[in-house]
Design a protein around this ligand. Structure first.
Ligand SMILES: Cc1cc2nc3c(=O)[nH]c(=O)nc-3n(C[C@H](O)[C@H](O)[C@H](O)COP(=O)(O)OP(=O)(O)OC[C@H]3O[C@@H](n4cnc5c(N)ncnc54)[C@H](O)[C@@H]3O)c2cc1C
Length: 322
């Protein structure tokens, strides 16, 4: 069976959910090989969880250099493995970092790039990616016509399913970074947002729009998010109005999310917002305008004032949690 490379996304030696989704997707195409490009000691901590989601092999590319540079070491290692292992495909998370890695890798290896896939399959011997495009209005299939298909897979696009894998380790050398050309990390600052889950990883997202009215009033969104254990998102209008930081923007020019539950508070549902959340499994919208387009895609809708509805919802969830 052909090998399929999966770039592992991890933080502090813990795999992110998207890694398990990618390993699950890779099993549709062949035998998943997890690629860990990280600081020394990381792969050992990840091995059990990678094995639990079907990694037949784990390429261990560890070096003290890796955390000190942006995408370059990951591109270098993947490019070397594409040459050495001739995989059927390379799957990379469709995160900001993953997209940059995938683009560079496609250029380096002269390969086709499929972006933001929500599913992969083999059809007539070719790797085919399913994409949800034009704000989710169309679902299309695409395949690469040259090289090794490099596929970015949207977080939440595929459900992670466990399957035992051998996770046989193979050490891979990380090429020394060319300091003159690679982007070095010069400092780190903790992410604003405290203990909330990361937006693209969260299984519940509560987002606020311009209807929230001010930065101070965004507290109503945060309170509902916290009682649900959710991440907080925002529309571009809310971000542009200074209600919430840009890193939380959901949509075409923000983050793409695909949680189990997406709650939209005071968001009209413009196509550019929908593009970033339309594949959420269940969508709940609260909007005082019954004609708001968000209701076209909502599974549950409340026509009402979010400042009356959201606090009641928060209290009710808190009560049920006991
Ligand atoms: C190239 C391009 C890229 C873009 N990228 C993005 C993107 O990534 N993400 C994004 O979100 N947008 C994006 N936009 C902007 C997008 O077109 C919309 O302008 C934006 O999504 C609107 O945000 P909103 O729904 O919060 O605001 P509005 O459209 O102003 O809607 C506010 C809603 O709140 C409701 N409301 C008001 N008060 C209350 C209340 N008290 N209770 C309940 N409901 C209330 C109103 O009825 C209204 O429906 C982009 C636009 C362009 C041109």
């Amino acid at each position: 069976m052909s090998e399929v490379l999966v770039l592992v996304d991890e933080i502090d030696g813990e795999a992110k959910k998207v890694t398990f989704e990618l390993l699950t997707a890779a099993r549709e195409l062949g035998e998943p090989s997890a690629v860990v490009v990280a600081a020394p000691g990381t792969a050992a901590r990840l091995k059990d969880s990678l094995a639990a989601y079907g990694a037949a092999k784990v390429y261990v590319a560890e070096s003290d250099d890796v955390p000190n540079y942006l995408v370059t070491p990951k591109v270098d290692v993947l490019a070397a493995l594409v040459g050495a292992a001739a995989p059927a495909a390379v799957l990379v998370p469709a995160t900001a970092e993953g997209k940059e890695i995938a683009g560079r890798l496609a250029v380096r290896t002269d390969s086709g790039l499929l972006v933001e896939a929500v599913g992969v399959a083999t059809e007539d011997g070719a790797v085919v990616g399913t994409q949800s495009i034009f704000g989710g209005a169309f679902t299309v299939k695409a395949k690469a016509t040259r090289g090794t298909p490099i596929v970015t897979v949207r977080p939440g696009g595929v459900d992670a399913v466990e399957a035992a894998g051998a996770a046989v380790e193979e050490t891979v050398e990380v090429p020394a970074a060319d300091a003159a050309r690679a982007t070095a990390v010069t400092g780190r600052e903790p992410v604003v947002g405290g203990d909330r889950p990361e937006l693209t990883e969260a299984s519940i997202v509560v987002s606020g729009g311009r209807g929230v009215g001010s930065a101070e009033k965004f507290e109503v969104v945060e309170k509902l998010a916290d009682v649900l254990g959710a991440a907080v998102g925002a529309s571009r209008a809310a971000v542009d109005s200074g209600y919430y930081p840009a890193q939380f923007q959901v949509g075409q020019t923000g983050k793409t999310v695909s949680p189990q539950l997406y709650v939209a508070l005071g968001i009209s549902g413009a196509i550019q917002h929908r593009a970033g959340m339309q594949t959420s499994k269940t969508i709940v919208a609260v909007n005082k305008d019954a004609e708001a387009p968000i209701f076209e895609i909502a599974d549950f809708g409340v026509v009402g004032d979010l400042f009356a509805v959201a606090p009641q919802l928060t209290d009710e969830v808190a009560k049920r949690k006991g």
